[in-house]
Design a protein around this ligand. Sequence first.
Ligand code: GDP
Ligand code: ZN
Length: 353
Amino acid sequence: MTLEELGWDDTWAAAAEAAAAGAAVTPARITIEHRGAYEAIGAGGPVWAELRGKDYHEARDKRALPTVGDWVLVSGADQGGVSPIHALLPRRSSLVRAAAGEKVAPQPIAANVDVAFVVTSANQDLNVRRIERYLTTVVDGGAAPVILLNKIDLVDDFAPLVARLAEVAPGVPVVPCSAARGDGLDAARAHLGPGRTGVVIGSSGVGKSTLLNRLLGAAAQDVQPVRADDDRGRHTTTRRELFVLAGGGILIDTPGMRELKPWTEPDATGDDALAFDDIAGLAAGCRFGDCSHDREPGCAVRAAVDAGELAADRVAAWRKLHLEQTAQARKRLEKVGAKSLRQRLRDKGVKGE
Ligand code: GDP
Ligand code: ZN
């Protein structure tokens, strides 16, 4: 495997030259993070890498430590076969989650991601705010978002969903797909391509694992041998976390990726929200994705009330919950000084195709 297949390019080479400052070091990309040690892959194959104690102790928070997807410069292996990490090359992007410990602290879970596939499923009511939060995490992290609208095999017509997503996230590509049937996989892969790194994120159950497996295909190259122990008796993972696609491109799938919940996730999406699935179903027909079913034109929910198909007090109860949730979400967003998703997309130069 060449460095280029792992995402290396001239810009990385220039960054490496500056960071090496003449030292005899070689680049490697982190593939698996262990407690205190890293598996990485360089031009010569897999290497064990370790931060020097001083670098570890001086790290202000986890953002200063290597993570999967990072490029590091390592010097030759010591007698134990471990290569000290000489430098961590400045990241082009990083997906950061708020790790819930005693304190909520930022924790990068993947670095140097070019494209993040945000998966949503066509057979569920679209949770607009959740999608917005995923997209915000991606855009803030410096990666390009692509929405995968999965499970289109389960609906008759997915065009209205695509239209709503386009409203919610102007300029963000939407790829309708079915991991089950194989639809849209090539269109999704087209956003990767040689040397480009992707991740797949989204709520549980939307089909991320199935999509990942389908995107990887049978011919994906594992960059790390799967093994239980290395030759020093050190226990190593049997999980692979960084894959190179047969047709070019890299996919990262770490356990942390699964926990990349948008960190402003509201707490009221559970039972309360589910109790209103009649309204959520009707809301798919509203003209506006964020319709509050109040005075908006083209409101399918009010139309159902007018037609006597839905009780008006159902809508009143929904609106009460909705307003509470919106107020909570707004408070959270204000706390982090968040800009609107639209503003963020504009700032990052995401434009319509
Ligand atoms: P994850 O939690 O996001 O990783 O979701 P999974 O990949 O585990 O998928 C959840 C369920 O949805 C599984 O039963 C899958 O077989 C199913 N599934 C995934 N993709 C599709 C699809 O495109 N169509 C249908 N009908 N089912 C799917
Ligand atoms: Zn409405």
